[in-house]
Design a protein around this ligand. Structure first.
Ligand SMILES: [Zn+2]
Length: 485
């Protein structure tokens, strides 16, 4: 394939030879083609804009100002009448699909929770598809681009085209020397007729590249004149209008796909910290330091050991919202859900210096199913060894600490579970010591006798002979039995 330089002045006064610019066969039509060309960095910007859709708009403006453009009446044979069509389809269709995949990936990345370890998330699949598609698209576009007639330079005076038929270049040279010798040239219609080709309306009309009339020719031209560098002009005109339509379609398609996803999932989860299997998303005023503390605490929790968990932390007026996804099979289990209030109380005590924790039981997308405000009777707490003692606002922390210390010394050596939970409450002059006990021990008289003795010891050693009741409770601290004096 050869290269030819054509001059503006020539194109204004000459007709190009009536042979196909692509293959050298007799031409049957003349297509008004607008070529664009720009310096290397402008082309690079256009390429990057494919990957970063935001830059696309910058590229549009830069393109409109810096790319040089030139209309050329290109003679073509029947076989090459749609010479640039395949490239246009690959490029613009590909760009539209790529933009859609890219936008979807970004949005999914923001809203989807992480899947269990070892599984690829929906976001991952979209990201994979985007990259794969980009790679798949680049090859045909690059190959097609090297096979079409395209400019290698455009200046104010001339255009240099490559991938042009040798025959065409020879004829242009011949005609140039003829013109220099002052030989008479044939009219366009005559020449095409002589060449044996059918004269298309577009060719029979005015071939003037500056022709701007709103005619049928103009309309037909606008359908056929996109080229790889012909991004739509910002200022309108037939190409600008088409570009605007393409952009609108891509935008609309993105909206149609993304809006329902956002509506269903409730938007982004915020920033993320990860400690081992624990992910904490933090948003709405919660800080990274707070999220880090929570993640470190959850990681130590023996109940959650080994499980991958994603929770969310938000700031509220007087404390925090702790949002936790609940497995489907437990979402209606009242025991499990009420147990979350103890998780909230412990997080308040161990992580947030007693700030109020509102627990939200959520689905897998961190959408709230049920809200649990802090439970007043276990609002505060102290820990001593294996013993934890919850207490309400009307109990002094020092009293709770004293009870915890006593219980830790008397029960600490027992082969007990990891933690024994108590609650200290105050009813007038009476101290209520609530203790979580297994249901089966309530039937054992020996155990009950031991617990009565323990009540007496606590009354003497912790509350200086005050009135103490021992409340035996289930593991949600609901009272099952009361041991009085
Ligand atoms: Zn041809």
């Amino acid at each position: 394939m050869a290269t030819v330089t054509l001059y503006r002045q020539e194109l204004d006064t000459w007709d190009l030879p009536p042979i196909c610019m692509r293959c050298g066969e007799p031409a049957t039509l003349v297509r008004q083609k607008r070529f664009s060309w720009g310096p290397g960095w402008v082309l690079l910007l256009l390429f990057v804009s494919v990957i970063l859709p935001l830059l696309f708009w910058v590229a549009l403006i830069v393109n409109a100002r810096l790319l040089k453009k030139m209309w050329v009446p290109v003679p073509l044979c029947e076989r090459h009448r749609n010479h640039w069509l395949a490239l246009q389809v690959v490029l613009f269709g590909g760009l539209a699909i790529l933009a859609l995949l890219f936008c979807s990936t970004i949005v999914l990345w923001g809203i989807m929770p992480e899947p269990p370890q070892g599984e690829l998330s929906l976001t991952g699949w979209f990201c994979f598809a985007t990259v794969t598609f980009l790679v798949i698209m680049v090859f045909p576009a690059a190959i097609l681009q090297t096979t079409v007639i395209r400019p290698t330079q455009i200046t104010d005076q001339s255009i240099t085209l490559t991938s042009v038929a040798k025959e065409f270049v020879h004829r242009v040279r011949e005609e140039r020397s003829d013109a220099r010798l002052g030989r008479t040239r044939l009219g366009r219609s005559d020449r095409l007729a002589r060449a044996g080709g059918e004269v298309e309306r577009i060719a029979a009309g005015l071939p003037d590249p500056r022709f701007q009339g709103a005619s049928a020719e103009e309309a037909e031209r606008s359908v056929n004149d996109l080229h790889i560098m012909d991004l739509p002009e910002a200022r309108g005109g037939p190409l600008g209008a088409r570009g605007a339509i393409i952009c609108c379609l891509v935008f609309l398609a993105a909206v149609v796909v993304l809006v329902p996803i956002i509506a269903v999932t409730g938007g982004g989860h915020g920033s993320k910290v990860q400690h081992g299997n624990i992910e904490v998303f933090y948003t709405e005023g919660a800080t990274k330091a707070e999220a880090d503390r929570l993640a470190a605490y959850l990681l130590k929790d023996p109940a959650g050991a080994g499980h991958r968990r994603s929770v969310q932390l938000k700031k509220t007026a007087d404390g925090y919202q702790f949002r936790m996804p609940i497995k489907k099979e437990f979402q209606n289990d009242q025991k499990v859900l009420q147990g979350l209030q103890f998780d909230g109380a412990r997080i308040s005590r161990d992580v947030f210096d007693g700030a109020a924790i509102e627990v939200h039981a959520c689905d897998q997308h961190l959408k709230t199913l049920k809200t649990f405000p802090p439970r007043p009777d276990v609002r505060y707490g102290v820990v001593d060894g294996k013993i934890e003692v919850f207490f309400a606002a009307n109990v002094e922390k020092a009293d709770a600490q004293q009870l915890a210390k006593y219980l830790a010394t008397t029960l600490g050596g027992e082969p007990a579970p990891a933690r024994i939970s108590f609650k200290l409450a105050r009813r007038g002059a009476i101290w209520e010591v609530h203790m979580v006990v297994a249901q089966k021990v309530l039937q054992d008289p020996a155990v009950i006798a031991d617990l009565r003795q323990a009540r007496n010891d606590i009354a003497v050693n912790v509350f200086k002979g005050g009135s103490v009741e021992m409340h035996l409770c289930d593991n949600l601290l609901n009272v099952v039995d009361v041991l009085k004096e």
